[in-house]
Design a protein. Structure first.
Length: 167
C-alpha cells in the first residue's frame, strides 16, 4: 500500500511510523464530523502545525466520498441503531505520521475506482471532493485491498515542515 508514497521521496520504512491512529466510522453522514473531530484531536497531540486544517479538510472529503460512493444501498443513511460495531464498521480512518510527512487513509468496502469529476463547474453542490483532495494534499491515490480485507484504501500524503527547535 505504501509503495506510491515513496515516489520522488527519500525511502520510507513502513515499520518506522512514529505515530499512528485509527478509528472506525459508522455508516451514517455524521461520521464525517466524527472523523474531523478525531483528526483534529490527533493532529493537535502530534503537533503537526500549519497543515492541520488542510489535513482535516481532506479527511472530510475522503470520508464523505466513502459514505456517498462506496457503501451499498442506503447504508450511509442508516440511523444510530443500525450502526455497526467498531470491528464490523465498513469505513475506517487511518492517520500515520512519520518525520516530515503524514498520510491519512480511508478504507471502504467498494472495489470501485475513485475518479475526480471532470467538470469546470466549481459552484456545483457535489463532485468536487477529489479535486479538493488533489489541491490540498501533496499526493493522493488508492489501492485495492487483499486478503481478509475487501474493498479499497484511498490515501492522501502531506509533506510537513520541519519542527521548529526550541533554543
Amino acid at each position: 500500500m505504501l509503495k506510491p508514497l515513496r515516489q520522488g521521496l527519500p525511502p520510507l520504512d513502513p515499520t518506522a511510523v512514529s505515530e499512528a491512529a485509527s478509528c472506525a466510522l459508522p455508516a451514517r453522514y455524521e461520521a464525517v464530523r466524527e472523523a474531523r473531530h478525531f483528526t483534529r484531536a490527533t493532529l493537535e497531540r502530534w503537533d503537526v502545525g500549519e497543515r492541520a486544517e488542510d489535513i482535516a479538510l481532506v479527511v472530510s472529503e475522503l470520508v464523505t466520498n466513502a459514505l456517498r460512493h462506496a457503501l451499498p444501498g442506503e447504508a450511509a443513511d442508516a440511523g444510530e441503531d443500525d450502526c455497526p460495531g467498531p470491528n464490523s464498521s465498513p469505513v475506517r480512518l487511518h492517520l500515520m505520521h512519520w518525520t516530515g510527512r503524514l498520510v491519512c487513509a480511508v478504507r471502504d468496502p467498494s472495489h470501485g475506482t475513485p475518479v475526480p469529476r471532470e467538470s469546470d463547474d466549481f459552484s456545483a453542490e457535489s463532485g468536487r471532493g477529489l479535486s479538493l483532495v488533489d489541491s490540498f494534499a501533496d499526493g493522493w491515490g488508492w489501492h485495492p485491498l487483499a486478503g481478509a480485507l475487501s474493498g479499497k484504501m484511498v490515501w492522501a500524503l502531506f509533506l510537513l515542515p520541519p519542527a521548529e527547535s526550541a533554543d
